[in-house]
Design a binder for this molecule. Sequence first.
Ligand SMILES: O=C(O)CCC(=O)C(=O)O
Ligand SMILES: [Fe+2]
Length: 526
Amino acid sequence: MSTKRTIEECSIVGDCVAQKIKRSGDNASTSSGASTNTDDVARTHLSSVYTMDELQNTFKNALGLGKSVSHECGAALSTIPFPCCVLPKFIDSDTFLENVKNELLDQEFHLKSNDLYKFHQTADLKECSKPHIDALKQLLYEDFRNWLINVTGIPLNQTVDMNSSRYDSTDVLLCHDDKLEGRRIAYILYLVPPWTEADGGCLDLFAVDELKRPDKVVKSLVPSWNTLVFFEVSPVSFHQVAEVLSEDKTRLSVNGWFHGPNIDRPEQYTEPALSLAPYISLDVDVLHDWLNPDYLDMETQLRVRETFESDSEIELPRFFKDEKYQELLTAIQSSELTWERRGPANIRNYESADESSVPEVVRQCLQLFRSDAMFVTLSNLTGLSLHELCPNSDDDSDGGSGRDEEKEKAVKDKTESRPRCFGELRHWQQGSYTMLTDTEAENADFALDAFFFCKCDGWKQEFGGFTSYIAKDEDEELMTVNPEENSLALVYCDKQTLRFIKHVNHKITTKEDGQDFYDIAFMYLE
Ligand SMILES: O=C(O)CCC(=O)C(=O)O
Ligand SMILES: [Fe+2]
């Protein structure tokens, strides 16, 4: 799939306005406010326990044997789900670290927001020359790099990346493995206020399934002041920064990667293509039972088609008759309906209805989306050719010049690749998302996305859950589709179109009509 990329390669979507964060009580006219006392800077060391041979040997042996170990000083190596070391009281001076923090908060933080994350980050700190940050760089690039070489046996080179990251309420970094050329060890030094699990923002580690896909979070590390966490970047080092839930605490860190020689990585799992099915035949009365009659009116269809042809998208409010919509809404929330989680976490996380469990009215609605009547209606509403009865406007562009052979061939091609669709009923709640994927239209020239939304009265964009369309190889967002009650959104996607659904954050719990919403999501191919 085309989603293989790591954080650095991701396009940055949304406003990237540099944001300057001030410490509370800061006077804008003063400099960093941190002590620049060189004695203080000169005293920058690893905590003495980490310089002891005993601790280093204990960790080195445990890593070699693949065993977990913990030291009386609190340092620990755990091997489940993958080897990860936690080094509390990493730097010997809290005052020094306070000064680092203050210098960091004087840096420019840029909003980074896309399918994978939302948080603020500085540029690489190699460009930054503040005394305490400089001293920290030196400590990490030299003393600690040598420490890591000794303990892990990995021949790290001189390249070290170092940024400062800042996560506030609703910020998140979803499941990823950090893999990028040269990166061998990931590290994070936390500069957080007293923090508990209830504040969110844990570093979650995923176990993998038999196909080496991230499966479940099996360990959550609560960030803690002056604690450094590191792990080897590997095909199974899947992790995330869980959404920050605290309204007022900032999860500040210095983080990056130590580089070394590249190692051979096994081929990554690729997903099988979606299985799309041709339309089914359904009594046309069902269409009339469900649809707002306006959308079956030829005049309206023509107007909709003109807008769709010029904008490549349209929203059709009050798509179903009110009483049908109410029936559907009640049925979707029925307790007899069972939901299956759709993963893997590095690609998506939402629930999809198990169709064998859906109430009759939901079953009928899904049938309707798969029916010949709907394929015809969508053709009329969009001008696309989703049914043999509805030739594409391009198809008769030869003005009836009677090129029979070509026409015959076109009919033959059409029957060989009949219009088809794939769709499901999805449930969106806090923590749901999909990462950037292409619209799976590789073998077709286009796909038509159709999203029908339920239970989203009072939904706001700040909750997440909107669909964002991006042009391949470009950073630019083409458009977004926001959930609208009883509304059908239609979007034309060509081969260059990618889409993702923004992480739904905890603010959704404030939505007027409940903490979640649903959509019936279909994709149609010509
Ligand atoms: O901040 C953390 O705990 C992890 C950060 C991380 O995974 C990353 O920046 O790639
Ligand atoms: Fe990471």
